[in-house]
Design a protein around this ligand. Sequence first.
Ligand code: PEP
Ligand code: MG
Length: 603
Amino acid sequence: DNTPPHLPIAPSPHLPIAPSPHLPTSLQGTPASPGIAIAPCFRYRKTPITWEQTTSREQPPHYHVEDTTEEWQRLQTALHTAQQEIQTLLSHSSIQIGDAEAAIFDAHLLFLADPTLLEAAQQRIFTQHLNAEAVWQGVINEVASNYRRLDDPYLQERIADVVDVGQRVLRVLSGTPMTIVDVPQPAILVAADLTPSDTASLDPTRILGICITAGSATSHTAILARSLGIPAIVGLPPEILQLADGTQLAIDGETGRVWVEPEPETLVALRTQRDAQQANRQQTRTIAHQPGMTRDRHQISVFANVSSINDTQQAVNFGAEGVGLLRTEFLYLNRTTAPTEEEQLEVYQAIAQILDHRPLIIRTLDVGGDKSISYLGVGLESNPFLGWRGIRFCLDRPHVLKTQLRAILRASFRHEIKIMFPMITTVAEIQAAKAILAEVQGELHQAGVPFDEAMQIGIMVEVPSAVTIADHLAREVDFFSIGTNDLSQYVMAADRTNPKVAKLADALHPAVLRMIQQTVEAGHAAGIWVGLCGEIAADPLAAPILLGLGLDEVSLSPQAIPAFKGAIAQLTMPQAQAIVTTALQQDSAAKVREILNDDLHLI
Ligand code: PEP
Ligand code: MG
């Protein structure tokens, strides 16, 4: 199929003006993105790329070229333009949808830079004297049919991405401009298929629902629709494509059902359900932008875990009151030398700027464990999680730490920044880290470089020894942040990356919960605040426990913030404390989860 992405909806001349008398009253597809939408439908048809030099006008031209060098150059220019388009789409998606979803377009970029693919194309131009369009289409078709042959469900899903990227390049070669999918009025979009690129640029205020005959719930198109909050149904029978534009539809993305010109009573019921869903979502959104608070007005700071500038923007959009964990490893990944002080300063400042007056906790480099950065020379270890990791590495390579500390301190001038050291196991380690920090502060003073003199210093509590000597450690710092991802794996002796045992490392196991309780008590006894930044905070089930354990702050992935704030808004502190008391008496994570599930139903 030679159709380009991003073409406007044009009512087709072949469609009937009025609904056909044989219209089905309801259709069943595969649910792909939840929610109810009621609106007229509009059929999206991709206008084929029109080729000037070819008789069929639908197939790319196929001709002999003399100047192969020029032809190869032409293809490279088209690839470059396509890359720029994808880059724009990627930036748009990471801000509007999220970094995880935008990574789909990272894969598109990687595909266009794949040396095997490029070599194959180049070789064909030079040896067969074929034009760029014909060669490119040939190469793309082969990749797609290889994926098809390989009976791997994951690769089957990725065919849509290959075709998407392939068509983009063909469209650029044809000189057809890029357009985006739009509708004349808010509508449910009906189409044979939508590419991931089409879907990422949809405007959810105009496209109220998506019905397609192709696709599956795990396709990138479905993932993007879910992130955009657009109800979607895929795998619908082809009859849906026969509907006239403007036909009233109701769709339920949860069940996969489509009603065609629904009866008045069906409409009333669906509208009520839709309005309730929307009110619910609106309420969650409103709560998300208010301070995290229980029903009896006990406040807990709800911060975000981030690893990039884009994540931070997302975090603010989702109602984060600050950043509780900036994983700085991202600055060191995918490169061959460590980032300079200036490079780091720029990123820290950009993140602080987005946060405005909200606090930003920057964690110093936590290399090692499952995060290998080859140029730092950590090397292969037989037990990387018990090895040269986090602060252990940084204390042995003080120049790496000093560069980072200088950047953090410089960024702290006029910004609400705190420093956090990872993997602290002994008192000597935090004292050594603080000595290096004092050294850097002295140097900055000497040089007259301003920084926040009162900046708070904290540690991650993620090693069991840190829990048991938390009273000593608390005297050294201004705050604790409990890292349950590591704490669980170390307490339960279960590698968090090994699927055979990872389930053992459940932060809701009473063994871990007791460790959290002990840390909070030691911190509070010493007069410092205690937060938690492990993944467990993103599980809405855990909210009552974290609250009841007396944490002052939690830091979680941005997307999970609205649900967390929503969950604690329904609780009182005494209720949460009662749940903790019961949970701590259980003998397994499964029983704790059972109690939490029951309580969730009672609230
Ligand atoms: C943790 O260990 O819980 C944590 C938040 O840090 P990371 O996942 O980066 O090790
Ligand atoms: Mg950790």
